[in-house]
Design a protein around this ligand. Structure first.
Ligand SMILES: O=C([O-])CC(=O)C(=O)O
Length: 158
């Protein structure tokens, strides 16, 4: 599907949620979309790793990491697993690392910032629940549209 978020907004604005512009592109792809899978976790990336090790089928993982800037929830190994499993992208309310490597991968990654420190892995977090950040609610099964201009969320595929 070829789209521009600005054009989608003009056509479907009333039916879209528009994320606050707090994200940067870190992946090798900045234009991606798909059905949403959600994870909520704080400074513990266990569920990010295990979810991105499952078949992605073109979906986008939305991670509410509480906006923490203390550690990275995703790096090159987890991102490589996401590519291998066919995920379209990751939208992360938190940080990444290994930015040179993930910038060359065929994966969309929007996140707040990069930091070298890795996260804990204690097996904590929740999956497949609605999450809210950047002024927007993301529910499992919603559809997300990302490009260089920003991020839109819709209840259904556009
Ligand atoms: O393993 C981690 O926790 C994050 C990371 O560096 C990677 O995905 O390569």
């Amino acid at each position: 599907m070829s789209f521009k978020t600005a054009d989608l907004y003009d056509q479907h604005g009333d039916n879209l949620r528009v994320c606050e512009p707090i994200f940067r592109d870190f992946g090798g792809i900045s234009h991606f979309h798909g059905q949403i899978v959600t994870v909520k976790c704080f400074e513990d990336n266990s569920l990010v790793k295990s979810t991105l090790a499952e078949p992605g089928a073109g979906r986008v993982l939305v991670v509410d990491a509480g906006g923490s800037r203390r550690c990275a929830m995703l790096g090159d190994l987890i991102a490589a697993s996401a590519v291998e499993q066919g995920w379209a992208g990751v939208v992360l309310f938190g940080c990444v690392r290994d930015t040179v490597e993930i910038g060359q991968m065929s994966l969309g990654i929007k996140a707040l910032a990069s930091i070298p420190r890795k996260s804990e892995r204690r097996g904590e977090g929740q999956r497949d629940i609605p999450v809210t950040f950047a002024g927007v609610r993301f529910a499992p099964g919603d559809h997300i549209y990302c490009d260089e201009d920003g991020i839109l969320v819709a209840d259904r595929a556009l």
